[in-house]
Ligand binder design. Sequence first.
Ligand SMILES: Cc1cc2nc3c(=O)[nH]c(=O)nc-3n(C[C@H](O)[C@H](O)[C@H](O)COP(=O)(O)O)c2cc1C
Length: 349
Amino acid sequence: MSESLCVIRLGGGERLDWALQAALADREAEFLPYTALESGLRGRSVLFAIGTDAWGVCPEFLSLLRLLRSRQDCLEGCTAGIVVDGESELYTKEAAQELALAANMAGCMFPGKPLVEGTGSLYNQHILARRMGLGWEETYFTRIQGLVDRICAHHAPRFARPRVLMIHASDKRLSNTVWLGRELLSRLPGEFETREISLQNGTIEDCRGCSYAACLHFAQSNTCFYGGAIPREVLPAIRESDALLFLCPNYNDAVSANLMALFNRMTNLLVQQELLDKYLFGVVVSGYSGSDLVARQLLGTLCFNKTVMLPPRFCMMETAHDPGSAQQLPGIGERLDAFAGHMVQVLRA
Ligand SMILES: Cc1cc2nc3c(=O)[nH]c(=O)nc-3n(C[C@H](O)[C@H](O)[C@H](O)COP(=O)(O)O)c2cc1C
């Protein structure tokens, strides 16, 4: 029998008590202090339950982040989910993204949709509550229970012939991220099927925000309001892949506009199928700083919102400004070898 769920809880009041009681009623769970991470948790299912106050702060949260960032193997082989229970309408997602990146870099994987947030009013439950026919609080508690079930049942898939799709929106001749991405693909063994798609043609329209019904209607004919390369080529290629490798230069501490447009238009795929069986990898390059912000955006968008799995240490982050300078970074060959080896370990049966 696998070990019971372990719960690391920081802060929060009565609402988080009730939520956890309801979600864990039929399940064995071991509550551990965050300091248990000092000696490491190996291969466990973990629920992080964080309560933030009216100003979005949980005093022990910084200590947890510090521990995760300084003990980079303390969650080796673990699978986790996150609950953030806030007293205000703000800051819950920020806390979750920071925690997810720190835990991921400490060896933790996250299934798709690993976050349940409760904002102060619980208004953030209203859409699902209507769909489920429940009250907001009941919806919130039910979602936490569903998350716990998914973490405990989660199995990381492996593939005999992993299909890796690399997507970028950069100038192929000059780009640091494209050079790094191609170097990674060239290091994958022969049984890997790899494909590269460039969004760099300047004609990618951002999502128009059609109604759910209209989006579904277009999606069922394999198109979208705008048509074009996204529904014709990019979304089918995503559907047919086992792993996505996104190449993300840091543009004003965010992914570039074409990549963001693709993320927004992925709703057209999501209305038909979730992407829970696909892995997300990323390469982020900043000219001077901020790669962690871009990595957080990437995991927030694709794993939290678009249901893609986050393997441990999903992202390679480098700092290189001028065209071609990534090739000159000290130790870059070793880091590429290590990241490509890691992709093989995650994906290959
Ligand atoms: C529009 C734009 C915005 C940028 N913003 C940032 C930034 O906020 N922080 C940073 O560190 N680098 C920034 N950079 C620098 C790029 O991240 C850096 O040059 C990186 O190597 C680009 O990757 P690429 O060569 O694959 O395009 C920016 C570059 C551009 C063109």
